[in-house]
Design a protein around this ligand. Structure first.
Ligand code: ADP
Ligand code: ZN
Length: 210
């Protein structure tokens, strides 16, 4: 089965591109951020462990995330291909993923300036139920506070605050940039200009991935 991996800074559009790929290619989508937020909503033991790390903008420990992904990969819906967003984020996670066979793999690096990314994060709204992404400025939900897709409640993510965003960028630079380098050296990295509106970015991405 085919595997696409989305990389990029917080606010680079990984989640939005993942949703578009899911719809357009019919791929399964695996977002560790969404999986972790769902565990927190459930109040599970894993959610309780993850919560403080996420709120501060730090990373959830590798063993916990690797185990959640391992379980997700067993669900049996991956034969048509799958796209991962937010994973792997550390070298240890990349090594764990490399043990999972696939027929072809591409890592897509969505490049955007820190200013544009921070701007997006601070005006972003997210559905608590399904993870759909909105934006106060250019893509608000049709009814304020209500998800167009599932009717769930739409609000600012608790880690989309100036302080947590700063920490997320720092962690991204220290822990995730080396992972991007790892895929570059493996010869499977594709760079996509992530500036501007989502439809345009997606057109560029498709051109590079097709
Ligand atoms: P963003 O990329 O905008 O920071 P995500 O939804 O991908 O948003 O991640 C939100 C938070 O969830 C991260 O800051 C981190 O705490 C946690 N997280 C998500 N994926 C991982 C992962 N692969 N490893 C460790 N922590 C993760
Ligand atoms: Zn929703």
């Amino acid at each position: 089965m085919k595997r696409l991996i989305l990389f990029g800074a917080p606010g680079s559009g990984k989640g939005t591109m993942g949703e578009l790929i899911q719809r357009d290619f019919g791929y399964a989508r695996i977002s560790t951020g969404d999986i972790l937020r769902a565990e927190i909503e459930l109040g599970s033991a894993d959610g309780l462990k993850a919560r403080a790390f996420m709120a501060s903008g730090g990373l959830v420990p590798d063993d916990l995330v690797v185990e959640l992904v391992r379980k997700r990969l067993l669900r049996g819906d991956l034969d048509g291909g799958y796209v991962m967003d937010g994973y792997p984020r550390t070298l240890a996670q990349a090594v764990a993923l490399s043990a999972v066979a696939c027929s072809s793999e591409k890592a897509i690096f969505i490049e955007v300036s820190e200013n544009e990314a921070v701007d997006r994060l601070l005006s972003r709204l997210t559905c608590r139920e399904c993870g759909a992404i909105y934006n106060l400025k250019n893509k608000p939900p049709r009814r304020e506070g209500v998800c167009d897709i599932c009717g769930g409640s739409v609000a600012r993510r608790s880690d989309d605050t100036a302080e947590a965003v700063r920490r997320r960028f720092q962690v991204y630079g220290e822990r995730t940039l080396p992972v991007i380098d790892y895929y570059d050296k493996a010869g499977v990295l594709v760079r996509v200009d992530g500036s501007g509106d989502a439809a345009r970015v997606y057109d560029r991405l498709k051109e590079r991935v097709a």
